[in-house]
Write a protein that binds this ligand. Structure first.
Ligand code: SAH
Length: 203
């Protein structure tokens, strides 16, 4: 895992959360990219994973994990499984992860990879991110890895537990990482750096 360690070191200039950096060191990103791209798996870049989708850039994944401020006890919803890499990291940082994906082929491939790596607290389901997973709500953390546009999906906001955090790339044209933090009766919203994600599709 020397290459993963080098990646974690590189990210340490941007990301302070030591648990996040440790998770980056422990999850083999090469298992989540197509074999011809494996030699590039530890570069700090997004890479194509098939189906017109990409595995997100490591620094963006790490920042989103940091913004979720996880302690290890949380029940998490991850929207847009893709390769499953982000979900695998969430599995190391929280208690229980439900990851949903609209493309059944991507979901099946991610489930196989996660099973091979023994990520048994991560469950892959085919479902629409605009609706979330009401049957498993509420969630202490919700990670949205596709861009919903100017408005955050209302169903997801409703599925946030008291004290829960939601992180998503939000905005009409330019997307920015946005964090909602539920502190009843308030729901605070903070806007962070600019990012670029594929759209959260309408099914
Ligand atoms: N987190 C992923 C990368 C996400 S790319 C990783 O670690 O590899 C965004 C993913 O969101 C794509 O796989 C895409 O198919 C999925 N997606 C797009 N619209 C969706 C929707 N409405 N519901 C669930 N998943 C969706």
């Amino acid at each position: 895992m020397d290459r993963a360690r080098a990646l974690a070191r590189e990210l340490a200039s941007t990301v302070r959360d030591q648990r996040v950096l440790q998770a980056i060191e422990l999850v083999p990103r090469e298992r989540f990219v197509p074999p011809p791209l494996r030699r590039r798996a530890y570069e700090n870049v997004a890479l194509p994973i098939g189906g017109g989708q990409t595995i997100s850039q490591p620094v963006v994944v790490a920042r989103m994990l940091e913004l979720l401020a996880l302690h290890g006890t949380e029940r998490v919803l991850d929207v847009g499984t893709g390769s499953g890499y982000h979900a695998a990291l969430l599995g190391r940082l929280a208690a229980e992860v439900w990851t949903i994906e609209i493309d059944p082929a991507l979901s099946a491939a991610a489930a196989a990879t996660l099973a091979q790596l023994g990520a048994d607290n991560v469950t892959c389901l085919v479902a629409d991110g605009w609706h979330g997973l009401p049957e498993r709500a509420p969630f202490h953390a919700i990670n949205v890895a596709a861009a919903p546009g100017p408005e955050l999906p209302e169903a997801l906001v409703r599925q946030l537990a008291a004290g829960g955090r939601l992180v998503a790339p939000s905005g009409a044209d330019a997307q920015h990482l946005t964090r909602l933090w539920s502190r009843p009766p308030e729901l605070s919203e903070e806007v962070f750096e600019r990012v670029r994600f594929v759209p959260l599709r309408q099914p």
